[in-house]
Design a protein around this ligand. Structure first.
Ligand SMILES: [Cu+2]
Length: 164
């Protein structure tokens, strides 16, 4: 694919994505509920061109009286999405995939943020640019699936806690 084709393909994808997203709820402005699960403050970070991964951050609130679990995530904007945990290992930050998903206890609020739990968008299928959005479908064991829109913040944006 030459540069001209790559550009027009990306532009078309972006337009299609924008059209599709108008039907979705937004994580930041309108927390939507399914069962006891509410998603808030979903955001990601702009990435340099051809970045292999991008982090996804959000707050999951379980106002119900039963424990739930985020079991899997898919996105049209990435080849795959994993649920990761960042840990300190001998002074080195490492991340690992949570193979069994992320437990969301009854009545709890779980924050996915830089330096902690996060979603990992692996192999973005289009550039993730500031001011844009990334969409994903989160599947919970009990609450079912949720469409979430992640606002794209500036490259290097750290949220509440610096990652570097
Ligand atoms: Cu990760």
């Amino acid at each position: 694919m030459n540069i001209t084709n790559a550009f027009s393909f990306r532009k078309t994808s972006l337009l299609v994505a924008l059209a599709a997203m108008s039907a979705l709820t937004t994580g930041a402005a309108q927390p939507a509920k399914t069962g006891g699960i509410a998603i808030e403050q979903a955001w990601t970070r702009a990435t340099p061109p051809n970045a292999p991964v991008a982090g996804g951050f959000l707050t999951i609130r379980n106002s119900g009286d039963r424990a739930d679990r985020l079991v899997s995530v898919t996105s049209p904007d990435a080849n795959s999405v994993e649920i990761h945990q960042m840990t300190m290992d001998g002074g080195v930050m490492r991340m690992r995939k949570l193979a069994d998903g992320l437990p969301i206890d009854a009545g709890s609020v779980v924050m996915l943020k830089p330096g902690g739990y996060h979603l990992m968008f692996i192999g973005p299928t289009r550039p993730i640019v500031e001011g844009g959005t990334v969409t994903a479908t989160l599947r919970f064991e009990k609450a079912g699936t949720r469409e979430v829109r992640f606002d794209v913040r500036a490259l290097g944006s750290s949220g509440a806690k610096p990652q570097r």
